[in-house]
Design a protein around this ligand. Sequence first.
Ligand code: PMP
Length: 381
Amino acid sequence: MADPAPKTTVFETMSSLARTLGAINLGQGFPEMEEPGELIAAAQRALAQRSNQYPPMRGLPELRGAICAYYARTQGLDLTLDNVVVTSGGTEALAASLLALVRPGDEVVLVQPLYDAYLPLVEWAGGVAKFVSLTPPYWAFPLDALKAVIGPKTKGLVLNTPNNPVGTMLSGKVLEAIGELAREHDLWVLCDEVWEGMVFDGTPHVSPLAVPALAERAIKVGSAGKIFSMTGWKVGWAVAAPALAARIAGRHQFLTFTTATPLQWAVAEAFALPAMWHREHLARYAAAKARLTDGLTAAGFAVLPASGTWFVTIDLAASGLPADDVQVAERLVREAGVASIPVSAFYAQDAERGYLRLCFTKEPAAIDSALARLAAFRAAI
Ligand code: PMP
């Protein structure tokens, strides 16, 4: 049976336009900054001295132990190796979790704006997505809409904190309220936390695993790609209560079976870097964020508050621009030579059209040229 080819994502479209037009790419989210030398050295050592053969299916015990220690230190979680499954990126953790949890006909609640993998993965598992949306411009979590959308067929929901694209985070209070609903309706909660290490305003990251009502029902997804800025390494993990983790491992076994052994060693070593290393790494990203945000604000753009991720969003109407994000993004890349991502691309229905996402993980010179182009574009409107 023919399966229609999936549409090209807006990320690919924008990146390829940026390449063709020679635009500065503030669209797709990957760093073009100096890469951490400690990690490259660790990977080189691992290739030469550790192993290049299959690791254990669930991941190297050393890496799983390092993940447990990291979460004990940063989020107060009490985990053992039985809680952790190492996967090929956060993406595979999401896929393995949804394949383990969703049965044909199950309803799954997705929260818009949503990361692009969630909907196809739910549908491939035979699930039926139901949508609720964060409320702009400050992207409050819609607890009432969530209550209203839960029905007899609802089996779970997918959360994302910090949120890509808008950078806001779920508070402990909101997660507790979600926990009550999950308990009442017997729901699982899959929480995509790949951005947990990239928080710039001091907001504490709260995982559903830390909320008593969710401790046995939640799956936490993490990614070394984001914590250590090595997006191409694709080392991620799922963390859950042991029985749930075993079900996820059962899917991981036949998706990829294992994840690159030397890179697992390198990430295990990276987790042992001192807290100072993490502070300095984060500070470089915070400086890039401040540079882009301050420059945009000085040029008259309205930048929305965001706690985490590598992105800032601008409110188009409040910036004096037409509130049609796709049109503005097209014009920006063609006329100003700056690629961005329209936030409406993160919606499956009832899209918000008034916001544009910009990635700030670039060297200062690239940010400054992008700012000059953006300022000239806005001034000419
Ligand atoms: N979830 C979200 C919200 C993301 O932004 C990303 C990466 N852009 C991923 C998952 C995928 O992570 P990985 O590259 O580790 O597969």
